[in-house]
Design a protein around this ligand. Structure first.
Ligand code: GDP
Ligand code: MN
Length: 438
């Protein structure tokens, strides 16, 4: 038995802690105890996995010349654009379920939206696009959640724009689940978030945003309205869906054994997740058995494009699936590794003393605990949430995207191109087979 992290072999430590025993998270108290009596299991057995989790993707990235880095960035941009421009209608699998199939619309699934009463206009616009491009063919129910009661006006306006037979559920969130917990010290929170705000972390001082990130990370899948639901498609106010989708996306998830579907992969604000990675490594030391040997580790360890993010986030690229669009198998979230990880993250207070987003949290969990083959990039789904787009090319003569976006252009603001991380997924994670399927 090995006791305490100060006697762990170097390979067990995150990059930033090698050769030192101090926590890199200056200012954020380390509440996780290295319990003397906790057994760290068979460390040697996991050495190759920990080696991968401690190895940056690009060797000596710090020493790259400006020309070399520019070249790497240019190459990635080209790979992204070339991939997106490749015409696509739908994934090339034999088991797609069409609208006229008896199985259409039969997945245990719902379109899910966490939304406020005042977002009515923007959520209606998102719903109409969801209906027009997909759901009028498949008739999946909607579930709306709110930390406040929905007003009658909100509910009526939603019912008015949907067909009469569409199942619509409205739910509230228990304040115990939503609100900042008692264990958070107000003064520490205010000081920490003020500092994050001054470092440019978005929404740092907005308490409801912290609540939202925590809720989407660790609670939404336990809501009573989702008890019998296996798949959710998250829908946010104000988004656009550009392209017609003629197959049952939930059935695609089910039949092809996918745990997670996304459209956009970007870097995060590194100061919002300074300690997420070192703390995660601490968790993994206690539960190395949760690490999936086929995890998408390289996405986490990307350090070539935004090396400063990798440094500030203490060994995590900050690449993350952009969760405002996500199609999720909730059984993954309900699994032991994910739940135990959430309990651990909660004990670390980073949802409040930092501004851990649900996107990096979900992405780190997926990259560690899921087989990368079970994470699907929906390249065919045209999606826009300000400021990024997933815009696929269409075959000549096919107008499924109605010329509403420009294939391969990830953002209208070209200074944000650098934030796009999807080329890393294409180059390092996707197999040839998967690329051909998309
Ligand atoms: P952004 O996409 O990161 O800028 O964050 P959003 O403001 O879009 O919030 C993400 C999601 O959570 C959206 O679906 C919002 O409607 C929802 N949301 C955010 N804050 C609250 C809140 O305080 N109450 C409720 N009910 N929903 C919220
Ligand atoms: Mn949003």
């Amino acid at each position: 038995m090995i006791q305490g992290s100060n006697v762990l072999p170097q390979y067990m430590l995150p990059d930033s802690m090698r050769g030192s025993t101090s926590d890199p998270a200056n200012g954020l108290k380390d509440t996780s105890k290295d319990t003397e009596d906790e057994e760290v299991k068979d460390l040697a057995k996991y050495k190759t996995l920990f080696d991968q989790l401690n190895t940056p993707l690009i060797k000596d990235s710090d020493k790259l010349s400006k020309e070399k880095r520019d070249e790497l960035i240019k190459e990635r941009a080209k790979l992204y654009i070339d991939t997106l421009k490749k015409p696509i209608i739908e994934p090339k699998v034999k088991n797609l379920v069409r609208a006229d199939d008896p199985e259409a619309g039969t997945a245990k699934a719902t379109i899910l939206s966490l939304v406020r009463n005042e977002d009515i206009k923007d959520i209606k616009s998102a719903i109409l696009q969801m209906e027009n491009t997909f759901n009028r063919k498949f008739n999946y129910p909607y579930t709306f959640l709110n930390d406040n009661e929905f007003t009658e006006d909100f509910k009526n306006q939603i019912r008015e724009i949907l067909p009469e037979d569409r199942i619509i559920r409205f739910g509230t969130i228990d304040p115990e689940v939503w609100n900042m917990p008692e264990s958070i010290d107000r003064e520490t929170y205010v000081n920490a978030t003020r500092k994050l705000g001054s470092e440019g972390v978005g929404y740092a001082d907005r308490e409801s945003y912290h609540n939202m990130c925590r809720f989407y990370s660790r609670s939404f899948y336990k809501h009573p309205l989702l008890k019998d639901i296996k798949y959710t498609w998250r829908l946010e106010p104000g988004i656009s869906l550009h392209c017609d989708i003629d197959y049952d996306v939930f059935k695609f998830m089910e039949k092809n054994n996918k745990l997670y579907g996304y459209t956009i992969n970007v870097y995060d604000s590194a100061a919002s997740v300074r300690t997420l990675w070192p703390r995660t490594m601490k968790f993994l030391k206690k539960h190395p058995e949760f690490i999936n040997p086929n995890g998408a580790f390289k996405m986490l360890k990307e350090n070539g494009q935004k090396p400063e993010n990798f440094d500030v986030a203490n060994g995590y690229s900050t690449c993350h699936f952009w969760t405002n669009f996500e199609i999720t198998d909730l059984d993954f979230l309900r699994s032991e590794p994910y739940q135990k990880y959430m309990d651990f993250l909660e004990s670390q207070d980073g949802f409040y003393y930092e501004r851990w987003g649900d996107a990096p949290v979900r992405s780190v969990a997926l990259s560690l605990f899921a087989d990368k083959k079970q994470i699907h990039w929906f390249r065919d789904i045209g999606y826009y949430h300000q400021p990024y787009i997933n815009c696929p090319g269409s075959p000549v003569g096919n107008n499924r995207c109605h010329n509403k976006c420009s294939p391969g252009k990830v953002t209208p603001w070209s200074d944000l191109d650098i934030e796009n991380c999807q080329a890393v997924w294409i180059k390092y994670i996707m197999t040839e087979d998967e690329l051909n399927m998309y």
